[in-house]
Design a binder for this molecule. Sequence first.
Ligand code: UDP
Ligand code: MG
Length: 318
Amino acid sequence: MEAPQPRISVVLPAWNEAGNVAPMTGRLKETLDALAESYEIVWVNDGSTDATGDALDTLAAEDPRVRVLHFSRNFGHMAALCAGLEAARASGAIISMDADGQHPPEMIPELVARWKNGVDIVQTIRNPSGREGFLKAATSRGFYRVLSLLADIDLPNGAADFRLMDRQAVDALNNLPERVRFVRGLVHWVGFEREYYHYDPVDRLSGETKYSFFKMFTLAFNGLTSFSVRPLRLSFVLALLVILLAFLYGVFVLWAYLVGLELTPGWASTLIVIMVLGSAQLFAIGIASEYLARAYVEQKQRPVYILRKARAPRDAAE
Ligand code: UDP
Ligand code: MG
């Protein structure tokens, strides 16, 4: 028999987090029990090769409010997060967070309180600290800056996948058909009323970070290319630059001729032909890129707009 629909879902992707899933489930239950709302905890085992899967099966067998999805292999954090958001059955709010304790479950009551005040998306922001190391801090800051420059998505630095979303925002997100899913960007894209909630960084309960440099790079690259076609327009910029150079060189040659400066014969005509052909080619690539950009945008099939329901009180369970 289907369990009754809960009001709140908590979604957690986990990849090789054997030491963390039981303590996290315990802390979540304690916090959620105190909230006096019906809830479920949805774990997504992203193809773990350690004891995570067994630990999760045990937790689910002990309590029907704990559910587990097992991936057939490691598909990555974003895929696991999306699977959890699609599986979440809550009628009210869905909270996503990491499995490693860096997103403290004890913050959930505050997120839920803001949601009850009418906010659709409560996005947490990790306060900066000296602990993450210079390189990680600098690359992360740089990434968010480039993203806002290229994609007009203003994500504050420190905004990770610890957030509460109202059911209607999750439905909107789940209905975006594109396959490469940079969830932080998509959440921004769907709109709705949002609020930021700052918190101080916490250390991992156990284990190492699962984000290798390669995974970080892939995430950043997917984020940029999913939300911006501006790199495709680079050819136009280069074409203009080469035309400008050709023009300046032409002016120089003319000046040299007028003042009677000796230039190597043949140089001017050769260079100018190369530059004119070069810029013509770049220009042609630019035009092709424009069509490619258009096809890319169309192919993602994002809706033209998303509607938001009229405000309704969220105090009582429906
Ligand atoms: N994760 C996952 N699949 C992956 C990589 C990470 O499900 O391929 C999960 C991981 O178990 C954790 C969350 O994504 O719950 C964030 O990963 P992590 O804590 O290692 O990232 P960091 O906090 O170091 O940026
Ligand atoms: Mg972590």
